[in-house]
Design a protein around this ligand. Structure first.
Ligand code: GDP
Length: 459
């Protein structure tokens, strides 16, 4: 369990480097009730930090005990509650260099701050109501984003697009619960109750919206986690050449000697906005060489976990001796007939048994056929072409909670129709708890620990 207190009011003041060590400028961040005092103890400028003008950069110096530090710096003071964390915040922007930055941080700790835990600034922002949990998660998504689509998604989530939809569903469901509870509390009264059917109809709207949200799960998973794509096949068919062609640079060693790639090679690439974890594997063939055999065993392991498999074969050779074994992996398979330049008609597919699998032909040397290969990869990932870029796509955590809540909401709607009010209330409370855990309306230290452990120190 985290040592970070789970209360909105923090008594201690935290400090951390907010930028990676080694850059030209380093930002040191402080937050807490003594942020202005602690920063003020090491800051010398025209006006003290605790006095206006706030939210403006001021030039001054960070000084330390013994006069060792005399570091030119910019400082900005942002008193709470209108700050990132909702507390008093100070940022010091100094010339980079890991030693100087650590020295300043050390000085701040000596003056009464404590080193922040990973994600503690954002955790405080959440506990002080500055962000909901989906927005806090978007802060981490923003740091991890490696594509325009992932960035777009993280920015929208940070702006509250997901949180608003879940909160609207929560409010609508809570309205129905109030009605049911009132029936349970005053069974004798003949108040102007809505019928069970009408309440169920109100829930149907919520169910439809949450179902649509859940349908964005694939997009969320692909854009956040990426897709593992394994390039496999017999030796010497051009797997490494294909990896290089996809990456647009020479990453893997290419030779005409079979068995050159003895280990799996991993690279990250983006194809049509899809983050792909590309794995080039050792050629699969019986081998007595112990090192090559270990590489082949790793290839089989990669195949078993791959989401997309490019099974590469030499299009100019008979397919039967190089055919894909459907027992090797469960991912979506694309048959890639490489070396198509050696075919009499490069556009003609080689004769293959009817497998039902998509087939493309490529020439890894000149890159021809790659666009068709990318079409096939896109279709394998999305289950069809994808044109739009959604504003909201849920993560695996959100999806699990949405599924749970949807099942409880469906149960509630059925109980409402049957006028089983007690059971309807139980199911609806469970649905609300699930939705509440998405936005953080309901939370506990374990949930927060799980979310903020993803963060780095200083965020
Ligand atoms: P791997 O063992 O399957 O990884 O195959 P490599 O990428 O190391 O390539 C084996 C040999 O085939 C090398 O000499 C490559 O230059 C050659 N090669 C790869 N792709 C093509 C292609 O599309 N056409 C032709 N003609 N040769 C290729």
């Amino acid at each position: 369990m985290s040592a970070v207190p789970d209360t909105a009011i923090s008594e201690d003041t935290i400090a951390a480097l907010a930028t990676a060590v080694g850059g030209p400028v380093v930002v040191i961040r402080l937050s807490g009730p003594r942020a202005l005092a602690v920063a003020g103890a090491v800051w010398r400028g025209a006006a003290p930090l605790a006095r206006p003008p706030f939210r403006q950069m001021r030039l001054g110096q960070v000084v330390g005990a013994g006069g060792v530090l005399d570091h030119a710096a910019l400082a900005v003071a942002m008193p709470g509650p209108h700050s990132y964390t909702g507390e008093d915040v100070v940022e010091l922007h100094c010339h980079g260099g890991s030693f100087g930055a650590r020295r300043i941080l050390h000085e701040l700790l000596r003056c009464g701050a404590r080193l922040a835990e990973p994600g503690e600034f954002t955790r405080r922002a959440f506990l002080n109501g500055r962000l909901d949990l989906t927005q806090a998660e978007a802060v981490a998504d923003l740091i991890d984003a490696h594509s325009d689509a992932a960035l777009h998604l993280a920015n929208h989530q940070l702006a509250g697009a997901l949180g608003r939809r879940v909160s609207a569903a929560w409010e609508a469901a809570a309205g129905v619960l109030a009605e049911i509870e009132s029936r349970l509390d005053f069974p004798e009264e003949d108040l102007d109750w809505q019928s069970g059917t009408a309440l169920a109809a109100r829930l149907e709207g919520v169910i439809a919206d949450l179902t649509a949200l859940l349908a964005s799960r694939l997009e969320g998973q692909v854009l956040r986690d990426g897709v593992s794509l394994v390039i496999a096949g017999p030796p010497n068919v051009g797997k490494s050449s294909l990896l290089n062609a996809i990456l647009g640079r020479d990453r893997a060693i290419v030779t005409d000697l079979p068995g050159t790639t003895r280990d799996t090679l991993e690279e990250l690439a983006h194809i049509r906005g899809i983050p792909l974890h590309l794995v080039d594997t050792a050629g699969l063939r019986p081998s007595h060489d112990p090192i090559e055999a270990m590489g082949i065993e790793r290839s089989f392991r990669s195949l078993r976990t791959a989401q997309v498999i490019l099974w590469v074969f030499d299009a100019s050779q008979p397919y039967a001796e190089q055919s894909w074994d459907p027992h090797s992996g469960r991912g979506a398979v694309i048959l890639v007939g490489n070396k198509r330049d050696r075919l009499a008609d490069p556009a003609a597919l080689p004769a293959l048994p009817a497998t039902g699998l998509p087939v493309v032909t490529t020439c890894a040397l000149d890159g021809s056929g790659l666009e068709a290969l990318f079409d096939a990869i896109e279709a394998a990932v999305w289950g069809g072409p994808r044109h739009e870029c959604s504003a909201v796509a849920v993560s695996a955590r959100h999806a699990a909670l949405l599924e749970e809540s949807l099942s409880e909401l469906l149960d509630t709607a059925a109980r409402c129709r049957g006028e089983a009010w007690e059971l309807a209330a139980v199911a609806l409370r469970a649905a609300l708890a699930g939705l509440g855990r998405i936005t953080g309306r309901t939370h506990d230290p374990d949930l927060l620990g799980m979310i903020f452990s993803r963060f780095c120190i200083g965020k």
